[in-house]
Design a protein. Sequence first.
Length: 214
Amino acid sequence: MAEERPVLPVADPAPLGLAAFGLTTFLLSAHNAFGDSVPLLAFFGYAAFYGGLGQFLAGMWEFRNRNTFGATAFSTYGAFWMGLAAFVALFLFGKVEAKDLAPALGWILLSFAIFNTYMMLWSTRINMAVFAVFLTLELTEILLFIGNFAGSAAGTGLVLVGGWVGILTALTAFYASAAGVINGMSPSPVLPVGRPLWAAAPPAGAVSMPRAEA
């Protein structure tokens, strides 16, 4: 009988998921903040393949890590970006009328703001860096769904404000991703991510997001 090989440890997929989320959020937020001077097509492919597929795969790998929070967050927002890319494609191909674009985006963003609310609350049990991502994302989604319901276009009204807060969201995600990469390569933390705001740190292996400092 062939000798069984030991199961190799699995690399932490959280830095990938955070980077994919951060980059795609940055591109779309730049369009929301600056309007048509940042073409929407600049974000389309990355929403489908990096923020979408890449982040969705990070969520699937978090299931392997038995990380319910990371699996839920990355899989959901990966699917969000793929769904948004598909919706933009329908608009560009003339299947969605211009008058329906803002209201539809408003309902989409409202739905994800509801999801993000409880994920933001539970992120307080991870660390400050991850909480900052969900907090700034919550503000972004609220500003954007109100702005879209009000009929604001990219670069105007609350959509403009939401774009700038979205850029801040992207930067916090990039930082959390960078912390996950370098801290995972070092015997002690290099980039601080802060301690959980609520209760004790989760059990070992339960959440493979960037870890709090020892």
